[in-house]
Design a protein around this ligand. Structure first.
Ligand code: DHB
Length: 299
């Protein structure tokens, strides 16, 4: 079930999403060996960051609410982790976050030097001041960042977008106009939970990002809307736990899917399960290639 995502050829359409077990070379490799077609690193910044204090994660019946605070070791120390995964044979996509275009460009160029096959710009973390979605809701800012990164790397540039805006279409168009190679939709939704015993918000950061099955219809809607207006490939993400979920995203217009919370909720076997389900579906319908199903929900 080989798929071509902006020139990047993957053995299958399932990708480990950023933020779940993407902190070390070993864990990236374990997801790839479990059957992911590619793996995305935890978002990496210029300097080391400890992240927020606990609690950083709330498990809900329908997904996760998290606010880690972009913890990471800084780009210089992350090189060895990427190298380990790449040497082990994994196709690695390097996720980066920054507060301005030039730093995005610098981080992306380092990631390329470490050996990643693509970079993914985090323009969508829903709760870190000065980062992520604060930039990713503004088409002008998105354009400037993508332009700067495109000048600094030769690998494909993926841009992960936030659903926390009414301007997602304009943002997607800005990514394409600036030469971005692929859109990843969606990141988590800004959300919160309150402990009624303590009478206080549960997360130390108060606000976090909601992921998991609860957000799937929103992700599918975003992919469907964007597919009508952009020509670059879209990777679907948000609440995928079964091959049927993946197929829904593909029919909406996604060429591949990312799985994050699904790995936490179901384990690493999820990649093989989704892939074998999709293969069985193609076979039973006599469909040659998954690409024949991309966007077929559009009349
Ligand atoms: C974090 C970053 C994200 O981009 C996101 O969607 C959720 C959480 C974080 O590190 O806190």
């Amino acid at each position: 079930m080989r798929v071509n995502v902006a020139g990047l050829v993957l053995e299958n359409p399932t990708i480990l999403a950023s933020g779940i077990i993407g902190e070390t070379g070993e864990s990236l490799l374990s997801a790839f060996e479990a059957g992911a077609g590619a793996v995305v690193t935890k978002s990496i910044g210029l300097e080391a960051r400890k992240g927020y204090s606990n609690p950083t994660l709330v498990e809900l019946p329908f997904g996760y609410l998290n606010a880690m605070g972009l913890p990471n070791p800084g780009i210089e120390s992350f090189g060895e982790e990427v190298l380990l995964a790449v040497r082990g044979g994994a196709t690695v996509i390097g996720s980066v976050f920054a507060s301005e275009a030039e730093i995005f460009a610098q981080l992306s160029s380092k990631m390329e030097a470490f050996g990643v096959s693509a970079v993914e710009l985090n323009l969508s973390c829903p709760h870190a001041s000065g980062y992520g979605m604060e930039l990713g809701v503004d088409p002008g800012v998105v354009r400037e960042i993508v332009l700067a990164v495109k000048k600094s790397v030769t690998v494909p540039v993926f841009v992960k977008l936030t659903p926390n805006t009414h301007r997602i279409i304009e943002v997607a168009q800005a990514v394409q106009a600036a030469g971005g190679d692929c859109i990843v939709a969606i990141n988590t939704l800004r959300a919160m939970a309150i402990s009624i015993e303590a009478g206080r918000p549960i997360l130390s950061n108060i606000f976090g990002g909601l992921s998991g099955p609860a957000v799937k219809p929103i992700g599918v809607r975003c992919v469907y809307e964007m597919y009508d207006v952009v020509d670059i490939p879209i990777i679907g993400a948000g609440g995928i736990e079964t091959w049927q979920d993946a197929l829904e995203y593909i029919m909406a217009g996604a060429v591949a899917v990312q799985i994050g919370s699904g790995v936490g909720r179901r384990g690493l076997r999820i990649f093989k399960e989704v892939n074998s389900g999709l293969e069985r579906y193609l076979k039973s319908r006599g469909i040659e290639s998954l690409e024949d199903l991309v966007g077929t929900a559009h009349a």
